[in-house]
Design a binder for this molecule. Sequence first.
Ligand SMILES: Nc1ncnc2c1ncn2[C@@H]1O[C@H](COP(=O)(O)OP(=O)(O)OP(=O)(O)O)[C@@H](O)[C@H]1O
Ligand SMILES: [Mg+2]
Length: 383
Amino acid sequence: MTLPASDENDRPAPGSGPMRPERICPSCLSEVPSGPRCSACGFFEGPAEDASSPVLRPRTVLAGRYFVGLPLGRGGFGVTYKSRDLVSGERVAVKEYLPSALAGRSRNGLLVRLESASDKHLFDQGMLRFRQEAQALASLSHPSVVPIRDYLEANGTGYLVMPYLEGKTLEAYLDGKGGRIPFPVALDVMIPVMDALRRLHRAGIMHRDISPENVFITHDRHVILLDFGAARCEVAQSKKGLTIAFKHGFAPIEQYLGHEQGPYTDVYGVAATLYRCCAGVPPPAAPQRAERDEVRPPSELGVEIPLRSERALLRALAVRPEDRYQAIRDFQRDVTPPGSDGPGDDGVLGSSKRLLLITLGLIGVVLLGVVMVAILGPLLKRL
Ligand SMILES: Nc1ncnc2c1ncn2[C@@H]1O[C@H](COP(=O)(O)OP(=O)(O)OP(=O)(O)O)[C@@H](O)[C@H]1O
Ligand SMILES: [Mg+2]
């Protein structure tokens, strides 16, 4: 996978030792002269946040190594921060396990505090799954799965460290395109996601939260899957967790019911994301569909989609798990029109691959032409 290389100027100069946290801007993460306003991005650092804020205070340093900047996102199960590795100088993203239904932050701005002592078991179980998943992901390498660089525990919770990706989520990408994109473009985005899921499923890891917010498109057009949900799955088993656990429209019925989950759970998430990309709206929420299924085929919503692909999409969106494709591979085979990119493993958007092939083809034709002229030119002259 091509990850954005961190700016050479950002790295600590050889021999200069670790970076100094007081000189890092919590917003753009540049190393700048300390002062209230960042000379690189203009960020004004006001007085510290109020003590009741559930996010870590900017400038916290974790494990003596990771400078914590502003939050990138805050969901029901964790907070992700812009961060910097003070040793290597790399920009990283640090995700903190913080299930909001169970825990908040103590007034010292650091320690994670349980809302009720009776939730301790659930919190611990969720954290165990968070750690196990971090370890499993760290040992797996795929161009479309965000790499896990480090895992650490501090402040009564767990943190995982990933490279900081430059780009935007698929959700933001769709917003920038007026809310929807043509089916072939949507497929180009989701093929690397399906390639990644096939690899993950082989390793026994389910994602469980496929949605446009968790698919990231980097500036150099790589598609990367974020935000795995083992901890979410654990906490969701409680009544409190259930209220925040699922993204309506993207989560299948077995997640709401707490039933067994498998690769077919991610099949539903991928199909719902594809549907959302080209139809402009997600399918109705699974519990609503279980009562009365009113999902409309994308073609009825004006989407140009091959009949075979639409049939595959609707089968992948079956409410009952047993009516769905059981494996990503089968869905991917049927939803992809013949001639489009089939399963691959390089994580590059399909259209980029096509562009590369076309460019190589053109270069080949030009070279052939040059060779022909070189050989035939003298012959023709002689005639
Ligand atoms: N490695 C990364 N590089 C850059 N941005 C990231 C990275 N990881 C996450 N983000 C950004 O932070 C947002 C939130 O991260 P993430 O999806 O992991 O958690 P969440 O959805 O807020 O939490 P939850 O686990 O509770 O659903 C993402 O949508 C993305 O915009
Ligand atoms: Mg997310």
